[in-house]
Design a binder for this molecule. Structure first.
Ligand code: FAD
Ligand code: PYC
Length: 418
């Protein structure tokens, strides 16, 4: 019966009966009174954490609580760029683990996440940009990560629509290029992990907002929610832009600031761009979706806040930068704009960590760049929660680095300014 839920026959049947009897892809159970592990936050990271807890660790009953609908946060709002070209060994290894998981993810989840390795290009516009590009590209290659340096005529071959003439305010001097980078379908990532986690026994509970974290003697006991109290031996919090709100419930503070980050898409065009182009210096990046829309973004809005909007000045500068790089897009109309809230750490690196409360774990601070990390983040966080200690891949990303001073500065690799 379960197998038939996703079979060709069920697709054919549902195409003629207007989906009336289409089985839900995951259950919607009422919360039980107690779980072994509660994951808070139903974005890609939380869903991946729940999936790997259920499939790779023997932790007992797992529930995932989401205040809205799964994937409705940054997972469904991001521009889906995936790459692993970070400067320092710690981050390069973590993001590369994630990229390797992306490469097998559709097979692993038996769900097409439309991972498209169309290459990611990071442009340099000044001599200093180019020095940084050479440094990072060399560091990547030393870590076994694919990276090439492109000069303007090589860029032009891959992206004929780009103006590399040198006759611009920010001339294109070169680029780093990661051929294995690319994009994926964000909703599919949430749905794929949700479906697979549900099949592995995870209770996915939507419309369930955590409003308090109950503790006793320094250890977590459970969570208060808008649907009542739910007990738990361990609580794993993965709420992106709301991490400091949940930390306050836990009784401690996090070194994160929450900022809006905007994106916009154009009307659909015929295929014109089959790679991802990013420029940190001019504050613009662009790719073309499978539907033909240009997917465009910039750096964060400088102020802090929880409004998922952002200000017009960012869009204005962003569009100006894109049109300077691609004069061919000057008459393209924009269809829609939105914002998400990203929580940014001082070193532009995530926190994947135990906390001062026993049994309470946080995964946050991914800033503008956590989508690419979704599988790897879930994988190492599940390990951390299950074993009560970090995996070697996330040991450097514990909270204690803000006391020891062992920061990992990845502002240069962040791709968008923040
Ligand atoms: P989310 O998907 O935001 O999930 C967190 C969930 O927690 C939400 O669904 C929220 O409703 C839930 N939640 C919050 N509070 C509670 C509560 N009290 N109780 C229960 N649930 C709660 N990264 C890249 O790598 N590449 C990109 O191209 C890229 N582009 C971006 C573009 C934009 C415009 C934005 C906003 C972000 C972008 N990012 C990108 C960053 C990326 O989107 C995030 O780092 C990543 O999606 C975070 O995933 P998550 O699962 O932690 O967060
Ligand atoms: O981290 O690659 C990235 C990114 C691109 C756009 C937003 N974040």
């Amino acid at each position: 019966m379960k197998k038939d839920r996703y079979s060709v026959f069920s697709l054919a049947r549902n195409s003629v009966n207007y989906h009336q009897d289409w089985a839900e892809a995951w259950r919607s159970p009422e919360p039980a009174g107690e779980y072994d592990v509660i994951v808070v936050g139903g974005g890609g990271h939380g869903l991946a954490t729940a999936y790997y807890l259920a499939t790779e660790h023997n932790v007992g009953r797992v529930a995932l609580l989401e205040k809205g609908w799964i994937g409705g946060g940054n997972t469904g709002r991001n521009t889906t760029i995936v790459r692993s070209n970070y400067l320092w060994d710690e981050s390069a290894h973590l993001y590369e683990k994630s990229l390797k998981l992306w490469e097998g993810l559709s097979q692993e989840l038996n769900f097409n996440v439309m991972f498209s390795q169309r290459g990611v290009m990071n442009l340099g516009h000044t001599l200093q940009d180019m020095r940084d590009i050479y440094r990072r590209s060399n560091a990547n290659r030393l870590n076994g990560i694919d990276s090439e340096i492109l000069l303007p005529d090589q860029i032009k071959e891959i992206v004929p629509a780009m103006n590399v003439s040198g006759d611009t305010r920010y001339p294109v001097l070169g680029a780093s290029y990661q051929p294995r980078g690319g994009v994926a379908r964000h909703d599919a990532v949430a749905w794929g992990y949700a479906r697979a986690a549900d099949s592995s026994g995870v209770d996915i509970i939507q419309n369930c907002e955590v409003t308090g974290i109950r503790q006793e003697g320094g250890s977590v006991r459970g969570v208060e929610t808008n649907r009542g109290y739910i007990g738990a031996k361990k609580v794993a919090v993965v709420v992106a832009g709301h991490a400091s709100v949940l930390a306050e419930m836990g009784g401690f503070r996090l070194p994160v600031e929450s900022h809006p980050l905007q994106a916009l898409v154009s009307e659909p065009l015929k295929p014109v761009l089959d790679t991802v182009v990013m420029s940190n210096a001019v504050h613009g990046y662009v790719s073309q979706s499978d539907k033909g829309e240009l997917v465009i973004g910039a750096g964060i809005d400088a102020y802090t806040g929880y409004g998922q909007r952002g200000s017009f000045s960012i869009i204005e500068g962003n569009v100006a930068a894109i049109v300077e790089l691609f004069p061919i897009f000057s008459r393209v109309r924009m269809l829609r704009q939105w914002g998400g809230i990203v929580d940014v750490c001082p070193d532009a690196c995530p926190i994947i960590s135990k906390t001062p409360v026993n049994g309470l774990y946080f995964n946050c601070g991914w800033g503008t760049g956590g989508f690419k990390a979704t599988p790897g983040s879930g994988w190492v966080f599940a390990h951390t929660v299950a074993n009560d200690e970090p995996h070697p891949l996330n040991a450097a990303f514990e909270l204690d680095r803000f006391y020891s001073g062992a920061l990992i500065d990845e502002h240069g690799a962040a791709g968008v300014a923040h």
